[in-house]
Ligand binder design. Sequence first.
Ligand code: RRO
Length: 307
Amino acid sequence: MENNLLSTNVAGLQLENPTILASGVLGYSAESLNRVAKGGAGGVVTKSIGIEPRVGYPNPTVVQAEAGIINAMGLPNPGIDVYAQEIKFCKTLLRVPVIVSVFGYSADEYATVAKKAVAAGADAVELNVSCPHVQFTGAEIGQNPKHLAEVVEKVKAAIGKPILVKLSPNVADITVTARAAVEAGADVLTAVNTLKAMAIDSETMRPILSNLKGGLSGPAVKPVALRCVYDVREALPDVPIIGCGGITDWKDAVEFMLAGASAVQVGTAIGLENPEVFQTITKGVEVYLRKKNYRSVKEIVNLAHRS
Ligand code: RRO
């Protein structure tokens, strides 16, 4: 049953509540995505899928950092032709929107994967143009407004479902890439992917991750991600934004909405807690809204921008 207080709509995606599983976390099998949906997520984003299978980087691929984790998984995925079956299975199991994260090495590859994902039943695609540590894809595209626009335009021409673009925080001015994505046809901006980072072991005197560098997520990045959402909202008053970066509790979620996000993605907090984190966040947001006498979560979006 629809809960009017918490339900929202992001570019046509109807969400029972504004919490969404972030890409890359528990994001492959329909069963694990369903576990997250049952834990209270209003929507799910899959791990990023490309045209061909990729093994990813050798271990270690994850290292604990202060107030977060650094990962360099290296885009492991089974390829869209195999994963299409899992998307179909997701659509039979899950009662929440399924957003398929897509990557490619060219605009044409992004479009091909997106088209196959939608044909398999994806409710929307999220273009991963921001992985900070895989060559020739990810941030190499998302940090370049011209390449980014080309990818979004090609995908827009290929599919009729909402296109989310996941922005990189590893840029001088996030509003430049945000604007390029929107002008090329992005329906929603997800802000943001992980911050480029590394860890060094003082005993071995070597970088810990096999890839040397990776992406930092978790509470450590929250203030940066929050600033990114705020900046994008100031520059682009109308585009729906989904906040992502260190969201762990209801207060974080509320702060991102006040900054301009219509919904939030939760990733690292699942590892630290469990899939029920979605329910916990949603309940906290509900208590906050009631206490402040709001009738809908939509009413608090952007309020930090009032003069
Ligand atoms: O797979 C990864 O290593 C990865 C990806 Br695709 C991404 O977008 N962000 C990240 O931190 N790791």
